[in-house]
Design a protein around this ligand. Structure first.
Ligand SMILES: *Cc1c(COP(=O)(O)O)cnc(C)c1O
Length: 376
C-alpha cells in the first residue's frame, strides 16, 4: 500500500484485496494448518505451516506495517506475548530501562520472569531526562517507553528519550497501545520498535486478544523476534487476525470519537466538587499536556479520576454507575470503569481513590448524566 495514501484509506485497504479464488471482498479465514507444495517441493504461495505464516496473519501484519510506517510487523497472541518476545530477543545480561508506572504485566515479566535469566531492569520516571541519562549502563540495550501511561496518563517525550538512548547505543521501544497508530507516530520521533496490545483499540470491540510489534528496520533484532514468533509459537489464530484487521478498518473514526467523548467527560469531571483530580493529557493543567500536544494528534479515550473522600467514595461511584461497566481493559465501544488499585493488587502504587475510565462510543451526554447521578 502506497505510503502517501492517507491514514483512513490505508486503514481500510492495507493488507486487503479481493480473494483471488472466489472474488470474496472480505478475506476468507484460512483455518488450514498446512499448505500443499508443488511436485518439485517448492511452495510458491509462500505458506508451509500455519505457525510459521498464515494468510490472515500476513494481511494483519501488512496493514499494521503500513499504518505505523515500519519495515516489518510481527503479530502475537496477545500484547504480553509480544512484550515477552522483545525481552527474549535481548542478549543475556542486558539491562532495560522502563517507566516506574509501566503496564503491570510488563513489570511482572521483567521482575519475576526475566530477572531469573539475568536481565537487569531499572524503573524510573522517564519524564525526568536527567534520571534517564544517569540510569544508562554499558549493558543498557533497551529503553522501554509507555506513553500515555497507566493509570496516571503520564506523558513521555519520545524524541528526547530516544536521543539519549541512541547516544548510549540502546534501542527504544514505545508501547503505543493507548495512543494507537492514529494519534502517535513513534518512528517519526526516533523510536526503533512499537508495541500494541491489539486487544484494545485496534480490535476495538472487547472480543479478541492480540499483540503486535512493528520494527523500523529489517535488522538482526527484527529477525530474532520473527524467529521467536514462529519457533516460540505464541501466534494469534487466523480468526483473531481477521477480527483485529476488521477492527482496524474503523480505527481512525473510532479514535476521534473516543477522544472527543473523553475530552467532554474530562472537562465535566474537572469542574465537579466531588472530584479531587482528573488525569487527562488534553487538560491544560495536566503535567504532560505540552508534550502530548506536540507529539500526539489527539489525546485519546482514557482518563483517570481521583474522587474526593477516599477509597470508599470512589468505590461508591463505581457501584452506582449504570451505563459504564465495572471491568478492566479498555478500547472497546462500551465505556468501562475500574477501581485500579483493586485490579493491581497489594503492591499497587495507585491512589486508593482513583478510578480509571475507558470512555466508549456512547453519546457523551448520556455518559456525563450517568456520572452525575453516580457522584450524587
Ligand atoms: C493491555 C495492555 C498490555 C498487555 O496486552 P494483552 O493483550 O492484555 O496481553 C500491554 N500494554 C498496555 C499499555 C496495555 O494496556
Amino acid at each position: 500500500m502506497k505510503e502517501e495514501l492517507r491514514f483512513e484509506t490505508r486503514a481500510v485497504h492495507a493488507g486487503r484485496k479481493a480473494d483471488a479464488a472466489t472474488g470474496a471482498v472480505a478475506q476468507p479465514i484460512y483455518l488450514s494448518t498446512t499448505f500443499e507444495r508443488e511436485a518439485d517441493g517448492s511452495f510458491p504461495s509462500g505458506y508451509i505451516y500455519s505457525r510459521s505464516a498464515n494468510p490472515n496473519r500476513a494481511a494483519l501484519e501488512a496493514c499494521l506495517c503500513s499504518l505505523e510506517g515500519g519495515a516489518a510487523a510481527i503479530a502475537f497472541a496477545s500484547g504480553s506475548a509480544a512484550t515477552m518476545s522483545v525481552f527474549q530477543a535481548l542478549a543475556p545480561g542486558a539491562h532495560v530501562i522502563a517507566p516506574e508506572d509501566v503496564y503491570y504485566g510488563t513489570k511482572l515479566q521483567l521482575q519475576d520472569l526475566f530477572a531469573r535469566w539475568g536481565l537487569e531492569a531499572s524503573f524510573l520516571d522517564l519524564s525526568d531526562l536527567d534520571a534517564v541519562q544517569a540510569a544508562l549502563r554499558p549493558n543498557t540495550q533497551l529503553v522501554w517507553i509507555e506513553t500515555p501511561s497507566n493509570p496516571l496518563m503520564k506523558i513521555t517525550d519520545i524524541a528526547a528519550v530516544s536521543a539519549i538512548a541512541h547516544q548510549a547505543g540502546a534501542r527504544v521501544i514505545v508501547d503505543s497501545t493507548w495512543a494507537t497508530p492514529l494519534l502517535q507516530s513513534p518512528f517519526l520521533l526516533g523510536a526503533d520498535l512499537i508495541l500494541h496490545s491489539s486487544t484494545k483499540y485496534l480490535g476495538g470491540h472487547s472480543d479478541v486478544l492480540g499483540g503486535v510489534l512493528v520494527a523500523n528496520a529489517e535488522d538482526e533484532f527484527t529477525a530474532r523476534i520473527r524467529t521467536l514468533q514462529g519457533a516460540g509459537g505464541a501466534v494469534p489464530s487466523p480468526f483473531d487476525c481477521w477480527l483485529v484487521l476488521r477492527g482496524i478498518q474503523t480505527l481512525p473514526w473510532r479514535m476521534r470519537a473516543h477522544s472527543d467523548n473523553a475530552a467532554r467527560v474530562a472537562a465535566y469531571l474537572h469542574g465537579h466538587p466531588r472530584v479531587e483530580r482528573v488525569f487527562y493529557p488534553g487538560l491544560a493543567d495536566h503535567p504532560g499536556h505540552e508534550v502530548a500536544a506536540r507529539q500526539m494528534k489527539g489525546f485519546g479515550g482514557m482518563l483517570s479520576v481521583q474522587i474526593a473522600g477516599g477509597a470508599e467514595a470512589a468505590m461508591n461511584v463505581a457501584a452506582n454507575v449504570q451505563i459504564f461497566t465495572r471491568a478492566t481493559s479498555l478500547g472497546g465501544t462500551e465505556s468501562l470503569l475500574e477501581h485500579r488499585a483493586s485490579i493491581e493488587g497489594p503492591h499497587s502504587q495507585t491512589p486508593r481513590n482513583l478510578l480509571r475510565v475507558s470512555v466508549g462510543l456512547e453519546h457523551a451526554d448520556d455518559l456525563i448524566a450517568d456520572l452525575e447521578q453516580a457522584l450524587g
